[in-house]
Write a protein that binds this ligand. Structure first.
Ligand SMILES: NC(=O)c1ccc[n+]([C@@H]2O[C@H](COP(=O)([O-])OP(=O)(O)OC[C@H]3O[C@@H](n4cnc5c(N)ncnc54)[C@H](O)[C@@H]3O)[C@@H](O)[C@H]2O)c1
Length: 343
């Protein structure tokens, strides 16, 4: 991957695209970062970007429904793509083709074909295109990743996600709401924690009899990862009690012992006979002055800005992040075909 850096001696100009829930979390990040300036806000719904800006006291911020008009008018260095997944491809490619870098919400896109096209657009334009997987920055996940690295050769990684969730309306219209929406968080975390990439998967997605979802809200998947590691994912949006955390519950088994993480507190470790292991501690919140902020956005923006300024590669850079999306699309293909799918 090669992208051009920006050495202009001024804050980087950013436009937020999408003024729904997560757009409302990203805009304050651009205001808080000392090296960025929010110069515009776009949403296809008339009045929505203007109203979101007014809520932050930004009545004079350029806001509208046309992405190209705001890009041409404000000439930003980057956009933050906070639109719905179905719009990610068009919004991102439009920006990249105008020479504007992109920091995007997950998932990169809906299909792998779209994602490949987006990565090619980033290559052609020599612009940075990153997908922010905010959970990678959770201090407890970082401590779990460091603890797993102490286990010696890794054999198995298991995650469980069980949530009795009725919140988001759009989940009700998806054919596989767990795989198509939530699973990417856990799949990307599995890659981050194990340092491995997907090789193949067998997956089933189904409806338990008691579910309130019209779609297949529960799934089980077995991944072969690089180095022969096996990663298992089990989950449901219709958990009948005993919910896990929003980051799931985790177990990693290596030659020297086992690390456990409940997704909501620091990890623990249990050494194999004759071994001695200590769990890593979770680092303190790097932004204690901003309690209540949405986890992992400030950290992702800081990495992205560093990338644009120095050429360092952020964790969610598109050539890497596409592998997390591939885990989702391979699961869906396995469900469709009833076979093990090579990734
Ligand atoms: N990282 C996380 O934990 C997390 C949490 C919530 C949402 N998300 C992701 O953020 C994205 C947005 O989710 P949300 O909850 O904010 O959704 P939302 O429905 O609240 O907001 C999306 C907004 O995008 C706008 N939009 C749609 N197409 C557009 C286009 N072509 N151009 C401009 N605006 C357009 C819609 O009008 C809407 O206002 C999704 O990809 C979602 O998966 C991530």
């Amino acid at each position: 991957m090669t992208f051009d850096t920006i050495d202009a001696d001024r804050p980087l100009k950013g436009v937020v695209v999408g003024a729904g829930f997560i757009g409302g979390q990203w805009a304050p990040e651009l205001l808080a970062h000392p090296g960025t300036r929010l110069v515009g806000w776009v949403d296809v719904e008339p009045g929505r970007a203007r109203a979101a800006a007014a809520k932050l006291g930004l009545e004079r911020l350029p806001a509208g429904t046309s992405l190209t008009a705001v890009l041409d008018g404000e000439e930003p260095d980057f956009i933050v793509n906070c639109t719905v997944p179905e719009a990610h491809h068009d919004v991102t490619v439009t920006a990249l083709e105008r020479g504007v870098s992109v920091l995007s919400e997950k998932p990169m896109s809906v299909t792998l074909g779209e994602a490949r096209d987006m990565v090619a657009a980033a290559d052609r334009s020599r612009r940075l295109f990153t997908v922010n997987q905010n959970r990678r920055y959770m201090p407890d996940l970082v401590a779990f990743r460091r603890t797993v690295a102490e286990l010696g050769p890794l054999g198995m990684l298991a995650s469980e996600f069980f949530m009795p969730y009725k919140g988001a309306e759009f989940l009700g219209v998806l054919e596989h709401p767990l795989l198509q929406d939530m699973a990417i968080h856990l799949f990307d975390a599995a890659r981050a924690v194990s340092g491995t990439d997907p090789v193949a998967v067998y997956c089933e997605s189904f409806r338990p009899p008691w579910t309130w979802y019209p779609g297949a809200c529960s799934a089980m998947a077995i991944f072969e990862m690089t180095g022969g590691v096996r990663y298992s994912f089990t989950g449901s949006w219709s958990a009948p009690g005993a919910p896990t955390s929003w980051t799931g519950g985790w177990r990693a088994s290596g030659a020297r012992g086992t690390a456990l993480w409940d997704g909501g507190s620091p990890p623990t470790v249990s050494a194999a006979a004759g071994e001695s292991l200590k769990a890593h501690r979770s680092e303190p919140d790097p932004y204690p002055e901003r309690p209540g902020r949405f986890t992992g956005l400030a950290e992702g923006l800081a990495e992205f800005v560093d990338g644009l300024r120095t050429g360092s590669v952020p964790q969610g850079e598109c050539h890497d992040n596409i592998r997390s999306l591939a885990m989702v699309t391979a699961c869906l293909e396995s469900v469709r075909t009833g076979t093990r799918v090579v990734i």
